[in-house]
Design a protein around this ligand. Structure first.
Ligand code: HSE
Length: 311
C-alpha cells in the first residue's frame, strides 16, 4: 500500500440545460488536484489549500474534501486513519463548473486508491454527494457522478441511486466560458420555483428524453433542439450578464445548443468540433470584455476518464 498520492479530478457541466439535477458531463479541463498522505497518526488534517483566495475552510469538519473522506473512512471501518490533505484549486469557486465536486472527487479517489480500490468509482458517488450537501445544502449527483465516472451521465433516480452512463458523439466538444461574477450554488438553488405546472413538466421531460435520444442516435439536430429549459433557465439567467445575447452569438456561430453550466454563472455550448468551440469562446469573451467583465474559457471534448493519478 502506497502512503502518498496526487490526484486530478475534472470539472463538470451539470444540468445540460433541460436536465436539472439529472444530467451532467465531465470536461478535460479545468480540474482540481489533491495530494494525500497517510500520516501514521490519528484523524484528518488539511495542511494546505491553494488557489481559493482563502475562501475554503481548513477545518476538516467543514471542508467538503475531508468531510467526504471521513465518511469513506467510517464506511470502511477505519475512522481514525491519519490522513493529511493538500488541495490545489485550479478552477474558480462558485463558477458553475462543479468546483466543489472536483475537489471532493479528487479526495475520494485518492483515499480509495490508497486503500487499494476497496470501492468502485460508481460506489464512491454517495460519499461525494455528502460533500455537495455540505457545500450547497443538497446532495445532488449531477456534478460528482460525471466527475467520478467520466463521460455523460443520467441520474435516473436518487432514491435508490441509479446512475446511467450515456453514449455521446465522439467529435462533440464543449465551449465553456466563465464570466467573473459570483453566483453561489446555494443562492441559485433557492431562487428556483419548487412547483411546476403539468404542461411545463410535459415540455421539460420531452426535452430530457429528446436529449438522451439524441446522444444515443448521435443526432446533433435532435440534441440541439432538446437543449431547451423552461423551468430553471428563465430564472437563473437573470444572474448572468447578457445571457440572451451570448446565446444568440453562440447559436449564430454554429453551437448545437447553449445554456447555463450547473448553477452558473458559467455558460456552455455544445459543438460539432473544437474549431467551432474555439470560435464561440473567443466571441463570447470579446462580448464580455466589451461589458468590462473578465472571463475564462475552456474548450474540451467530453472527458472519458474521470479522476486520474498524477506523477
Ligand atoms: N444541478 C445543480 C444545480 C448543479 O443546478 O443547482 C450545481 O452545479
Amino acid at each position: 500500500m502506497n502512503d502518498s498520492i496526487k490526484v486530478f479530478a475534472p470539472a463538470t457541466v451539470a444540468n445540460v440545460v433541460c436536465g436539472y439535477d439529472v444530467l451532467g458531463f465531465a470536461v478535460n479541463q479545468p480540474g482540481d488536484e489533491v495530494i494525500m498522505r497517510l500520516t501514521g497518526g490519528k484523524g484528518i488534517s488539511i495542511s494546505k489549500i491553494t488557489g481559493d483566495d482563502g475562501k475554503l475552510p481548513l477545518d476538516p469538519d467543514k471542508n467538503t474534501v475531508s468531510a467526504s473522506v471521513q465518511h469513506y473512512l467510517n464506511h470502511i471501518g477505519k475512522p481514525d486513519t491519519g490522513i493529511d490533505i493538500e488541495l490545489h484549486k485550479k478552477m474558480p469557486i462558485g463558477s458553475g463548473l462543479g468546483s466543489s465536486s472536483a475537489s471532493t472527487v479528487a479526495g475520494l479517489f485518492a483515499v480509495n486508491t490508497l486503500f487499494d480500490n476497496l470501492l468502485t468509482n460508481r460506489e464512491l458517488v454517495p460519499f461525494a454527494m455528502k460533500g455537495e450537501e455540505l457545500a450547497c445544502g443538497y446532495g445532488h449527483a449531477d456534478n460528482v457522478a460525471p466527475a467520478l465516472m467520466g463521460g455523460f451521465v443520467l441520474i435516473r433516480s436518487y432514491e435508490p441511486l441509479d446512475i446511467i452512463s450515456l453514449p455521446f458523439p465522439e467529435d462533440m466538444h464543449a465551449a465553456v466560458v466563465y464570466p467573473e461574477v459570483d453566483v453561489p450554488t446555494k443562492d441559485a438553488r433557492q431562487m428556483i420555483r419548487s412547483k411546476v405546472l403539468l404542461k411545463d413538466a410535459v415540455t421539460q421531460w420531452g426535452n430530457v428524453a429528446g436529449l438522451v435520444s439524441g446522444l444515443f442516435l448521435k443526432d446533433y439536430d435532435l440534441i440541439g433542439r432538446s437543449m431547451t429549459d423552461i423551468l430553471v433557465e428563465p430564472t437563473r439567467s437573470i444572474l448572468i450578464p447578457d445571457f440572451a445575447v451570448m446565446k444568440s452569438i453562440a447559436l449564430e456561430s454554429g453551437a448545437i445548443g447553449f445554456g447555463i453550466s450547473g448553477s452558473g454563472p458559467s455558460v456552455f455550448a455544445l459543438t460539432r468540433d473544437a474549431d467551432i468551440a474555439r470560435t464561440i469562446t473567443a466571441k463570447l469573451q470579446q462580448h464580455l470584455k466589451n461589458l468590462n467583465i473578465n472571463s475564462l474559457s475552456f474548450v474540451s471534448e467530453v472527458n472519458k476518464k474521470g479522476p486520474i493519478i498524477l506523477d
